[in-house]
Design a protein around this ligand. Sequence first.
Ligand code: ATP
Ligand code: MG
Length: 572
Amino acid sequence: MLLFYNLTTINMTTRFMSNPENQPAANFIRQIVAQDLENNKHNGEVLTRFPPEPNGYLHIGHAKSICLNFGIAAENHGACNLRFDDTNPEKESVEFMQAIERDVSWLGFEWKELHHSSDYFEQLYNYAVQLIKDGKAYVDSLSAEQIRQYRGTLTEPGKESPDRNRSIEENLDLFARMKTGEFPDGHYILRAKIDMASSNINMRDPALYRIRRMHHQRTGDDWCLYPMYDYTHCISDAIEGITHSLCTLEFEDHRPLYDWVLNELGTPHHPQQIEFARLQLEYTIMSKRKLNQLVTENHVTGWDDPRMPTIAGLRRAGYTAAAIRDFCERIGITKKDSWIEMGVLENCIREDLNENAPRAMAVLEPLRVVIENYPEDQVEQLEVANHPQKPELGSRKIPFSKVVLIEKEDFAETPPPKFKRLIEGGEVRLRGAYVIKCEQVIKDNQGQIIELRCTYDPDTLGKKPEGRKVKGVIHWVSDKHALSAEVRVYDRLFKLPNPDAEENFLDALNPDSLQILTEVKVEPSLSEAEPTNSYQFERIGYFCLDSVDNKDNEKLVFNRTVTLRDTWSGKR
Ligand code: ATP
Ligand code: MG
């Protein structure tokens, strides 16, 4: 925990908020690319790539990388490839690949070419043969444990393997036989021959290939020999002619290896690796292993659970692609690790929906109000604007009748100070409708309030009441016209800002991250709502129609996207 608070936490709600010209902010990567273009480096081209491993769904951290890679390309008339880094089939799947393609497209980006590292298995193999022939790689029979012992430490150099000076012929022969499956898993590995005394441990003869009998989702059982990430990545970049290979800071120490492999092979292209700080967002986690654990152990309903930091989860919660892109632009690109407050992300969607979501009325916990002086069978269709500042969003008709429902908490028998809503003998305005006065409170045998008897002032539709002030305005729906709905009130999945700092991150789960309200009543216009349509439920928050559970449900199901105001700030 201590360590965590020593790091800067960034709250950019105001600092980065408005950018009047909508110009992208300068950052060091934009500067490098601009300079390269000026110097005609890489033939004046910009080709980037986004290289996810298909072992989980994309999360908000990936969105940062996606917006950076596709964004830099688009800004410079370049292009970006999508490449599946599928060299570890054990944890990878077609479902994940499809989800990744869907999410990148949904974010609003188009890749130039779609590739898989596995498309290059043959080329990678041939390049390895070339390294062996050049005396730059060797087959090693040390066990994994021995390799660890020989590797040395940060302060001590490593020790050379007895196999390091195996002849080229023997290396070629063994490597070919590794490919044909002659040896059991782990029996040999292929290592680069670099420098066991290097101060950079990544350069101490790193592994290039391992024997592993795994079924691959694309190449089936063709291979029992799989290339390591560091070796695969740089060559894949080079094959595609990537100009700028953008990755997160933990790869900084791998850059010498990236360059070594390409220099030794003399590939036609030599992309430039540039590292940036990964997104660290409070109150959530980004490790795919841990996200996977949340799913498989049913702490959430799936990768697209609206509490998950995944793109699919955020989408289902009601986030828009524009809000996510806006977030990625606001947090900026730096070379220094920092933490971003969850409020920064929430503000992005709040601002988007405040501006663009139509308004609607929904009563989460209804209380019956009978308007005694309203004619029994009368129904009025009251016209209300869909958005207070945006006439272009039009208006709709809301039925008003003798029995309306209001929010339980909008009535108080013993009101706290400054309570501006309904009290016995008091008046309140029903939004877009009349002023009503509470005449009588009806209770059941247990003393629970079951109904309010009110009167209305017919002269107050769109007009101030005469001779008195009515301050409060509350929302309502007509009892006989309202539709039944279920509302899922989502809150942050974790109750602590840095769950990873806990011994077990599951201990940081927020037990109140989901509250299901089943008695909700919404205005009838919402029968038109389509999955993922967002609304501001007046005075309550932003909600969207759930895209999964609205298929054959007779009730509408809404997810809370975000509250009207930030209710978490200042909580800790
Ligand atoms: P793991 O959770 O196993 O560490 P990963 O997050 O590195 O995996 P990849 O699929 O390898 O997942 O990531 C694809 C790309 O997204 C990489 O270029 C990686 O640097 C980038 N990326 C991943 N996490 C973040 C993050 N939090 N912020 C910015 N970029 C990220
Ligand atoms: Mg990775």
